[in-house]
Design a protein around this ligand. Structure first.
Ligand code: F6R
Length: 239
């Protein structure tokens, strides 16, 4: 694992460089994207660089990690909506090649089709990850088998509480999500995990220095050959 530590701004700039390098070398790259607060700085930087002509998304394909069950893409808390608002609407991407799991069709067939679509596209070149305070990656909560592919999950009470900051009340936070599995994530050719803020410091320590166990889903990243972890000083404070 390579670990980069800097300010949140430096993290966004350094991580963005990986995308610029990749897309200039391989314009039809396949990118795995994430939602939440963590990637916002990176997405702003990617928008800036894309608009400045540093790289193009024209031939790229994207697959997002997860989506809330029950939310249509037009719902302002759906992850499809988030991606459109925070990245896709501002760059030269072909939206028909941007994929987010369906929050409405939660069948096992549709979940399997998501993994197949990733494989058919050639596999993910860079998978972006945030991390939950409990070590979740995507919505793979503690205990999820490392062999899991895209599937529907029940969100933990803790995850719903943490994410209720985006909703009017916790009752509105969906109880389930569809997420790429741990195996789907590990199949990516390279992985960038970003963590910002003090609240992430204990789980970052466990992820990097602790035992590899499904109880800390992100610890599986110790087994991947190409992982870069970008941390601000607060998230790195317990290393
Ligand atoms: C988002 C996702 C989640 C988040 C994690 C951290 O697509 O899969 O694993 O990355 O919950 O969220 P933030 O960035 O809001 O702290």
């Amino acid at each position: 694992m390579k670990v980069f530590i800097g300010s949140a701004e430096q993290v966004a700039k350094e991580a963005a460089k990986r995308y610029v390098e990749l897309l200039n070398k391989k314009p039809n790259a396949v990118l795995g994207y994430a939602t939440g607060s963590t990637p916002l700085g990176l997405y702003s930087e990617l928008i800036r660089l894309n608009q400045a002509g540093a790289f193009s998304y024209k031939e790229a394909t994207t697959f997002n990690l997860d989506e809330y069950v029950g939310l249509d893409g037009s719902h302002d808390q759906s992850y499809r909506y988030f991606m459109n608002e925070n990245l896709f609407n501002h760059v030269d991407i072909d939206k028909s090649r941007t994929f987010v799991p369906s929050g409405l069709d939660t069948s096992a067939e549709t979940a399997a089709a998501y993994d197949e679509a990733i494989e058919k596209a050639g596999g993910i070149d860079i998978q972006l990850l945030g991390i939950g305070n409990n070590g979740h990656i995507g919505f793979n909560e503690p205990g999820t088998p490392f062999s899991s592919k895209t599937h529907m999950v029940e969100l933990t009470q803790n995850t719903r509480e943490v994410n209720s900051r985006f909703f009017k009340s916790i009752d509105e936070v969906p109880t389930h999500a569809v997420t790429m599995g741990v195996k789907t994530v590990m199949n990516a050719k390279s992985i960038i995990l970003i963590a910002l803020g003090k609240a992430k410091a204990p789980i970052i320590r466990e992820t990097i220095m602790g035992e590899v166990t499904p109880e800390v889903p992100a610890s599986v990243l110790q087994l991947h050959p190409f992982v870069e972890i970008y941390l601000d000083e607060e998230a790195a404070s317990l290393l």
